[in-house]
Design a protein. Structure first.
Length: 244
Protein backbone atom coordinates (compact mmCIF):
# COMPACT_ATOMS: atom_id res chain seq x y z
CA UNK A 1 0.00 0.00 0.00
CA UNK A 2 1.26 3.49 -0.79
CA UNK A 3 0.18 6.84 0.59
CA UNK A 4 1.25 10.11 -1.00
CA UNK A 5 3.49 8.38 -3.55
CA UNK A 6 2.44 7.55 -7.10
CA UNK A 7 4.14 4.26 -7.94
CA UNK A 8 4.42 4.66 -11.70
CA UNK A 9 6.97 2.65 -13.64
CA UNK A 10 9.65 5.35 -13.43
CA UNK A 11 9.31 5.52 -9.65
CA UNK A 12 9.24 1.74 -9.33
CA UNK A 13 12.42 1.50 -11.40
CA UNK A 14 14.14 4.03 -9.13
CA UNK A 15 12.99 2.28 -5.95
CA UNK A 16 14.32 -1.03 -7.29
CA UNK A 17 17.78 0.53 -6.99
CA UNK A 18 17.07 1.09 -3.29
CA UNK A 19 15.85 3.93 -1.13
CA UNK A 20 17.84 6.73 0.47
CA UNK A 21 16.09 8.21 3.51
CA UNK A 22 17.40 11.71 4.29
CA UNK A 23 16.85 13.50 7.60
CA UNK A 24 16.19 17.17 8.33
CA UNK A 25 18.31 19.40 6.07
CA UNK A 26 17.59 22.91 7.43
CA UNK A 27 19.29 24.81 4.64
CA UNK A 28 22.57 22.85 4.59
CA UNK A 29 22.97 22.73 0.81
CA UNK A 30 26.52 21.38 0.78
CA UNK A 31 25.52 18.34 2.83
CA UNK A 32 22.29 17.89 0.87
CA UNK A 33 24.24 17.72 -2.39
CA UNK A 34 26.20 14.79 -0.98
CA UNK A 35 22.98 13.10 0.17
CA UNK A 36 21.30 13.30 -3.23
CA UNK A 37 24.35 12.10 -5.19
CA UNK A 38 22.84 8.64 -5.64
CA UNK A 39 20.79 6.62 -8.09
CA UNK A 40 18.56 5.46 -5.24
CA UNK A 41 15.07 6.90 -4.84
CA UNK A 42 15.22 9.72 -2.29
CA UNK A 43 12.69 10.22 0.49
CA UNK A 44 13.53 13.33 2.46
CA UNK A 45 11.74 13.50 5.80
CA UNK A 46 10.89 17.20 5.93
CA UNK A 47 12.33 20.49 7.23
CA UNK A 48 14.31 21.38 4.14
CA UNK A 49 14.51 25.02 5.20
CA UNK A 50 15.50 27.46 7.98
CA UNK A 51 18.64 27.90 10.09
CA UNK A 52 21.22 26.89 7.48
CA UNK A 53 22.98 29.15 4.97
CA UNK A 54 21.14 28.21 1.75
CA UNK A 55 17.52 27.16 2.14
CA UNK A 56 16.79 28.48 -1.35
CA UNK A 57 19.46 26.23 -2.85
CA UNK A 58 18.10 23.21 -0.96
CA UNK A 59 14.60 23.90 -2.26
CA UNK A 60 15.89 24.27 -5.82
CA UNK A 61 17.72 20.94 -5.60
CA UNK A 62 14.65 19.21 -4.18
CA UNK A 63 12.41 20.64 -6.89
CA UNK A 64 14.78 19.25 -9.53
CA UNK A 65 14.72 15.81 -7.89
CA UNK A 66 10.92 15.79 -7.95
CA UNK A 67 10.81 16.93 -11.58
CA UNK A 68 13.18 14.09 -12.47
CA UNK A 69 11.00 11.62 -10.52
CA UNK A 70 14.03 10.65 -8.43
CA UNK A 71 12.46 11.37 -5.07
CA UNK A 72 10.14 13.37 -2.87
CA UNK A 73 10.07 15.24 0.42
CA UNK A 74 7.57 15.08 3.23
CA UNK A 75 6.10 18.28 4.60
CA UNK A 76 7.83 19.35 7.81
CA UNK A 77 6.69 22.02 10.22
CA UNK A 78 9.27 24.50 8.89
CA UNK A 79 8.33 23.77 5.28
CA UNK A 80 4.66 24.30 6.10
CA UNK A 81 5.40 27.66 7.77
CA UNK A 82 7.23 28.75 4.64
CA UNK A 83 4.34 27.65 2.43
CA UNK A 84 1.82 29.49 4.57
CA UNK A 85 3.99 32.63 4.48
CA UNK A 86 4.20 32.45 0.68
CA UNK A 87 0.41 32.15 0.59
CA UNK A 88 0.22 35.46 2.44
CA UNK A 89 -0.92 34.04 5.77
CA UNK A 90 -0.09 36.09 8.85
CA UNK A 91 2.34 34.23 11.11
CA UNK A 92 3.95 35.06 14.42
CA UNK A 93 7.51 36.47 14.21
CA UNK A 94 9.96 33.69 13.44
CA UNK A 95 13.62 34.66 12.78
CA UNK A 96 14.62 31.44 10.92
CA UNK A 97 11.62 31.78 8.60
CA UNK A 98 12.36 35.47 8.05
CA UNK A 99 15.93 34.58 7.05
CA UNK A 100 14.66 31.96 4.60
CA UNK A 101 12.26 34.48 3.07
CA UNK A 102 15.10 36.99 2.76
CA UNK A 103 17.14 34.38 0.87
CA UNK A 104 14.22 33.67 -1.47
CA UNK A 105 13.84 37.36 -2.25
CA UNK A 106 17.41 37.63 -3.48
CA UNK A 107 17.44 38.15 -7.29
CA UNK A 108 19.36 34.91 -7.91
CA UNK A 109 16.61 32.93 -6.15
CA UNK A 110 13.66 34.37 -8.03
CA UNK A 111 13.02 31.00 -9.69
CA UNK A 112 12.54 29.32 -6.32
CA UNK A 113 10.46 32.16 -4.87
CA UNK A 114 7.95 31.98 -7.73
CA UNK A 115 8.05 28.22 -8.26
CA UNK A 116 8.24 26.46 -4.91
CA UNK A 117 4.71 26.89 -3.52
CA UNK A 118 3.10 24.08 -5.60
CA UNK A 119 5.83 21.69 -4.43
CA UNK A 120 5.20 22.58 -0.79
CA UNK A 121 1.46 22.22 -1.26
CA UNK A 122 1.86 18.79 -2.89
CA UNK A 123 4.28 17.38 -0.30
CA UNK A 124 2.69 14.43 1.54
CA UNK A 125 2.51 14.42 5.33
CA UNK A 126 3.38 10.73 5.41
CA UNK A 127 4.12 7.86 3.05
CA UNK A 128 3.34 4.20 3.75
CA UNK A 129 5.21 1.54 1.78
CA UNK A 130 4.40 -1.94 2.97
CA UNK A 131 5.34 -2.09 6.65
CA UNK A 132 7.51 1.01 6.45
CA UNK A 133 6.20 4.50 7.22
CA UNK A 134 7.96 7.78 6.51
CA UNK A 135 6.81 10.86 8.43
CA UNK A 136 8.40 14.05 9.71
CA UNK A 137 7.25 14.30 13.32
CA UNK A 138 5.54 11.21 14.70
CA UNK A 139 3.34 8.25 13.81
CA UNK A 140 -0.25 7.36 14.61
CA UNK A 141 -1.76 4.02 13.62
CA UNK A 142 -4.55 5.80 11.73
CA UNK A 143 -1.92 6.85 9.18
CA UNK A 144 -2.03 3.24 7.96
CA UNK A 145 -5.69 3.67 7.01
CA UNK A 146 -6.01 7.31 5.93
CA UNK A 147 -4.48 9.27 3.09
CA UNK A 148 -2.52 12.35 4.18
CA UNK A 149 -4.42 15.66 4.10
CA UNK A 150 -3.38 18.75 2.17
CA UNK A 151 -0.04 19.94 3.53
CA UNK A 152 -0.95 23.63 3.67
CA UNK A 153 -4.60 23.24 4.60
CA UNK A 154 -6.39 22.97 7.91
CA UNK A 155 -4.40 21.24 10.65
CA UNK A 156 -6.15 17.98 11.52
CA UNK A 157 -5.11 15.72 14.39
CA UNK A 158 -3.10 13.47 12.07
CA UNK A 159 -1.46 16.39 10.27
CA UNK A 160 -0.48 17.87 13.65
CA UNK A 161 1.01 14.53 14.72
CA UNK A 162 2.90 14.28 11.42
CA UNK A 163 4.26 17.83 11.65
CA UNK A 164 4.90 18.36 15.35
CA UNK A 165 5.05 14.95 17.00
CA UNK A 166 3.30 14.06 20.24
CA UNK A 167 3.18 16.79 22.85
CA UNK A 168 2.46 16.91 26.56
CA UNK A 169 0.57 19.72 28.30
CA UNK A 170 3.84 21.27 29.48
CA UNK A 171 5.92 24.04 27.92
CA UNK A 172 9.72 23.92 27.86
CA UNK A 173 12.03 26.76 28.93
CA UNK A 174 12.47 27.78 25.28
CA UNK A 175 8.72 28.37 25.02
CA UNK A 176 8.00 25.38 22.79
CA UNK A 177 5.70 22.51 23.79
CA UNK A 178 7.35 19.53 25.45
CA UNK A 179 7.34 16.48 23.19
CA UNK A 180 7.17 12.84 24.22
CA UNK A 181 7.64 9.46 22.57
CA UNK A 182 4.64 7.51 23.81
CA UNK A 183 3.63 7.02 20.18
CA UNK A 184 6.60 4.69 19.63
CA UNK A 185 4.95 2.10 21.88
CA UNK A 186 1.92 1.98 19.56
CA UNK A 187 3.83 1.06 16.39
CA UNK A 188 2.45 -2.33 15.29
CA UNK A 189 4.65 -5.42 15.23
CA UNK A 190 6.86 -5.54 12.16
CA UNK A 191 6.47 -1.88 11.26
CA UNK A 192 9.36 0.59 11.03
CA UNK A 193 8.81 4.34 11.23
CA UNK A 194 11.45 6.67 9.78
CA UNK A 195 11.08 10.19 11.16
CA UNK A 196 12.96 13.43 11.77
CA UNK A 197 11.95 16.57 13.70
CA UNK A 198 13.54 15.65 17.04
CA UNK A 199 17.28 15.38 17.69
CA UNK A 200 17.25 12.24 19.83
CA UNK A 201 20.70 10.85 19.04
CA UNK A 202 23.62 11.48 21.37
CA UNK A 203 26.35 10.11 19.07
CA UNK A 204 25.53 11.79 15.76
CA UNK A 205 24.05 8.64 14.21
CA UNK A 206 20.39 7.88 13.51
CA UNK A 207 18.79 6.45 16.65
CA UNK A 208 16.55 3.37 16.72
CA UNK A 209 14.00 3.09 19.53
CA UNK A 210 11.95 -0.13 19.83
CA UNK A 211 8.33 0.07 20.95
CA UNK A 212 6.47 -2.19 23.35
CA UNK A 213 4.00 -3.31 20.65
CA UNK A 214 6.79 -4.77 18.52
CA UNK A 215 7.49 -1.95 16.06
CA UNK A 216 10.36 0.51 16.02
CA UNK A 217 11.13 4.15 15.19
CA UNK A 218 14.32 5.41 13.58
CA UNK A 219 15.12 9.08 14.29
CA UNK A 220 17.25 10.68 11.57
CA UNK A 221 17.60 14.34 12.66
CA UNK A 222 21.25 14.84 13.61
CA UNK A 223 21.35 18.64 13.59
CA UNK A 224 22.01 19.71 10.01
CA UNK A 225 21.90 23.50 9.76
CA UNK A 226 22.10 23.80 13.54
CA UNK A 227 25.72 22.93 14.18
CA UNK A 228 25.35 19.19 13.57
CA UNK A 229 25.39 17.27 10.33
CA UNK A 230 23.02 15.66 7.84
CA UNK A 231 22.25 11.95 8.19
CA UNK A 232 20.83 9.54 5.68
CA UNK A 233 20.14 5.81 5.56
CA UNK A 234 20.18 3.51 2.55
CA UNK A 235 17.56 0.80 2.30
CA UNK A 236 18.60 -2.10 0.04
CA UNK A 237 17.16 -2.82 -3.42
CA UNK A 238 15.32 -5.81 -1.90
CA UNK A 239 13.00 -3.24 -0.32
CA UNK A 240 10.95 -3.18 -3.53
CA UNK A 241 10.73 -6.99 -3.58
CA UNK A 242 9.52 -6.97 0.03
CA UNK A 243 6.97 -4.30 -0.88
CA UNK A 244 5.66 -6.46 -3.74
Amino acid sequence: MDRGLELDENVKAAIRKGLRVVGDVHGDLQAFRHAIATDRFIIQLGDLVDYGPDSAGVLRAMMQIIDQKRGLFLIGNHDRKLGRALMGRKLRPDPPLEETLAQLHQPENEDVLHGVLPYLDAAPAWVVLGRTVFVHGAFDVRMLMEAPPAALGRVTFLLSRALFGETTSRVQKDGYPERCLNWVNHIPTGYTIYCGHDQRSTNGCPLTIPGRAGGKAIFTDTGAGKGGHLAWLDLPPTFMEELS
